[in-house]
Design a protein around this ligand. Structure first.
Ligand SMILES: NC(=O)c1ccc[n+]([C@@H]2O[C@H](COP(=O)([O-])OP(=O)(O)OC[C@H]3O[C@@H](n4cnc5c(N)ncnc54)[C@H](OP(=O)(O)O)[C@@H]3O)[C@@H](O)[C@H]2O)c1
Length: 313
């Protein structure tokens, strides 16, 4: 296992660093360099804003534990947090941000509109409630959590998201769990291409078609469940184990690196400070084209979560 000492130097990734542009990893990104080493890349979104490509997710993080766990993540160096109204832990996320003393503009915060809040007035109220719980004036990214096509309210909701953005309550807007027909409907009925689509994505469920469609639209892809949520033996896959041994890293680090090198935005969750540090320490090695191809070959259309076309929660 590689040492985590370098994390101490990457902790303040926006301070004392300079941005550099380069092409690769699926698009033009800028990244931070510090002491000659690359840290978390910044990816440009289609509205001109930027997002740190690696973040920290808090799905299933106990609200009672959230402040402590997110404080650990911020100390480790994460500056991109992914929460949602339905996780019930926005308050803990906000408390950790406040307690950290890190300037607001140095942290990228995403939250999501829950399904029962779709609709014009309810979406507005939900945004205000999320901001109140987070203790913030704005979030960086606000997402429609699931399309819920059976409700047929996601276009109306999207038009409200455009207004919420114009009012400055969120810097960027996007969607989550949207399939191509859902995207086509909002593209036909609105002025805005979502900045991101946050979808289930991991080596056994690589979502090639939605990734290609996102690239066509200039819409970034974010992976949820990048480690398969621990629901299948991703770390036992030969391709990951072999690459991990070659680079003296863990299979989890290889999985995260595969997402990064594919240009995907990723925010693994961990309650353990040691594992969150491990997941952040992924900039000191590079997977070869052959290693990437052998991980690509794991894809077998294996979902671990719900199908957005059928979800009715
Ligand atoms: N938009 C959506 O519908 C949606 C749905 C699900 C998730 N998300 C977002 O995506 C984020 C990430 O997805 P996720 O939390 O569902 O799943 P995940 O990140 O794929 O997996 C988390 C699981 O992996 C374990 N783990 C983390 N790092 C590890 C390591 N280095 N070695 C071994 N095990 C490790 C964690 O256990 P420990 O905690 O014990 O380390 C936890 O059980 C969420 O937190 C959330 O922000 C969005």
């Amino acid at each position: 296992m590689r040492s985590f000492a370098r994390l101490l130097r990457t902790r303040e990734w926006t301070n004392g660093t300079f941005a550099r542009s380069f092409t690769g990893w699926g698009g033009i990104v800028s990244c931070e360099w510090q002491d000659g080493e690359m840290t978390v890349p910044l990816i440009e979104l289609n509205d001109g804003n930027s997002i740190p490509q690696l973040g920290f997710g808090v799905f299933k993080v106990d609200p009672e534990e959230t402040e402590r766990i997110v404080s650990d993540a911020l100390e480790v160096g994460y500056r991109h947090l992914d929460t949602a109204m339905i996780y019930g832990n926005e308050q803990g996320v906000g408390n950790a941000i406040k307690a950290s003393g890190i300037p607001r503009e140095e942290i990228f915060i995403t939250t999501k509109l829950w399904n029962s809040d779709q609709g014009t007035d309810s979406a507005r109220d939900a945004m205000d409630l999320s901001l109140e719980k987070l203790g913030l004036d704005y979030v960086d990214l606000y997402l429609i959590h699931w399309p819920r096509p059976d409700l047929d309210r996601y276009l109306e909701t999207w038009l409200t998201m455009e207004e919420i953005k114009a009012e400055g309550k969120t810097r960027s807007i996007g969607v989550s769990n949207f399939h191509r027909p859902h995207l086509e409907k909002i593209l036909a009925g609105s002025e805005t291409v979502p900045a991101v689509n946050q979808i289930e994505l991991h080596p056994a469920f690589a979502q090639r078609d939605l990734r290609a469609y996102g690239a066509e639209l200039g819409m970034r892809i974010e992976a949820w469940g990048p480690l398969g949520q621990g629901k299948y033996d991703l770390f036992g896959e030969t391709a990951l184990k072999t690459a991990a041994a070659t680079h003296d890293v863990s299979p989890a680090q290889v999985a995260i690196r595969w997402h990064l090198q594919n240009g995907i935005i990723v925010f693994p969750k961990s309650n353990s400070r040691e594992r969150m540090a491990e997941n952040f320490d992924v900039f000191g090695f590079e997977l070869s084209a052959d290693e990437m191809a052998s991980i690509d070959a794991i894809d077998r259309d294996q979902r671990v979560g719900s199908n957005p076309d059928e979800a009715t929660f």
